[in-house]
Write a protein that binds this ligand. Structure first.
Ligand code: IPM
Ligand code: MG
Length: 360
């Protein structure tokens, strides 16, 4: 028996999660995985109900679960709140409390969707990049931080970029190991020409790289990487980087593929426990309309089956079902071209489920 905590969250979260849970329940029955589902509030909806984006009880459930499926958090309704109770704080607290130090954000172009990208077909056709972002360190969590008043009446804001050898080593090790199962290329991203923290990053990654002579290691400055991603993205296999650079570069890599509505992510602890969520946000502009693309969340569930539960075969079946329906022309609004017929969130979920039923 394994426990999954479902945190659908805000905006389109509940809609895309609804379709995903149906698919997971079907696979659970077929494969006799013994998965049990629990639900709890997170983000803005939790703030509305309890005055906190993440309650102690939800955190307890998350700690007790084997995996967490998360929809999305946030929206304009909660933007004016104090920093400490903003919906996004729930995400950061879950990452940190569950020690989810490794964030895997694959950016892959589906043949059926090459024309959905804003870049030329020849640039993006066939790209398959794994962005590995360190998720519990860096300027996101470094101390001291804050905003202080100065004697002259001005204010001064400050955050601290910090990494220890251990933090760099464990994420870099994972990067080399993931690369071994792919194209055996790691590009480590830093700003070692300016920032001491990332000078250490480069030193530690280089040192560790010696243990992986079969994997090609390159270093690149973050500004150059931002440029190379749009110039010649096919040069990348695994990109490994810190929390802040990873936040930015993973959005850029995601957009190469045409739609952020397609991309899953996994955040893993050393124990293989994980939190799985779509890369996209809560999309308040389309929330409640039943038009959101559920594919990113469905693919996140596939990553969960593979990475936390070690069930690669059903994960691949889900991925194949997604590819099939896309190949057959199924399009939610975010990936439809002008004039193309659009399906709803529910129709997309049902089409993927019925494709899946054919292979069981
Ligand atoms: C992400 C998001 C979060 C981050 C925000 C919502 C806190 O942008 O998951 O990439 O910055 O990590
Ligand atoms: Mg981000």
């Amino acid at each position: 028996m394994a426990k999954i905590l479902v945190l659908a969250g805000d905006g389109i979260g509940p809609e895309v999660m609804g379709e995903t849970v149906k698919i997971l329940q079907f696979v659970n029955g077929q494969e006799k995985l013994g998965l049990e589902f629990e639900n709890a509030l997170v983000g803005g909806c939790s703030y509305d109900a309890h005055g906190k984006p993440l309650t102690d009880e939800t955190l307890r459930l998350a700690k007790a679960a084997d995996a967490v499926m998360l929809g999305a958090v946030g929206g304009p309704k909660w933007e004016e709140l104090d920093y400490s109770v903003r919906p996004e704080r729930a995400l950061l607290a879950l990452r940190s409390e569950l020690e989810l130090f490794a964030n895997l954000r694959p950016a892959k172009v589906y043949p059926a969707l090459v024309d959905a990208s804003s870049l030329k077909r020849e640039i993006i056709e066939g790209i398959d990049i794994m962005v590995l972002r360190e998720l519990t360190g860096d300027i996101y969590f470094g101390k001291p931080k804050g905003v202080e008043k100065l004697p002259d009446g001005q204010e001064r804001g400050f955050n601290t970029m910090v990494y220890t050898t251990h933090e760099i080593e464990r994420i870099a090790k994972l990067a080399f190991e993931i690369a071994r199962g792919r194209q055996k290329k790691v590009t480590s991203i830093d700003k070692a020409n300016v920032l001491e923290t990332t000078e250490l990053w480069r030193k530690v990654v280089t040192q560790l790289g010696k243990k992986y002579p079969d994997v090609e290691l390159k270093h690149m400055y973050v500004d150059n990487c931002a440029m190379q991603l749009v110039r010649y993205p096919k040069q990348f296999d695994v990109i490994v980087t810190g929390n802040l650079f990873g936040d930015i570069l993973s959005d850029e890599a995601a957009m190469l593929t045409g739609s952020i509505g397609m991309l899953p992510s996994a955040s893993l602890a050393a124990s293989k426990k994980g939190m799985y969520e779509p890369i996209h946000g809560s999309a308040p502009d389309i929330a409640g309309k039943g038009v959101a693309n559920p594919i990113a969340t469905i693919l996140s569930a596939a990553m969960m089956l593979d990475l936390t539960f070690g069930k690669k075969a059903p994960a691949q079946k889900i991925e194949a079902a997604v590819e099939k329906v896309l190949g057959a022309g199924l399009r939610t609004a975010d990936i439809a071209k002008p004039g193309e017929a659009k399906v709803s969130t529910q129709q997309a979920g049902e089409a993927i489920l019925s494709e899946l039923k054919k292979v069981y």
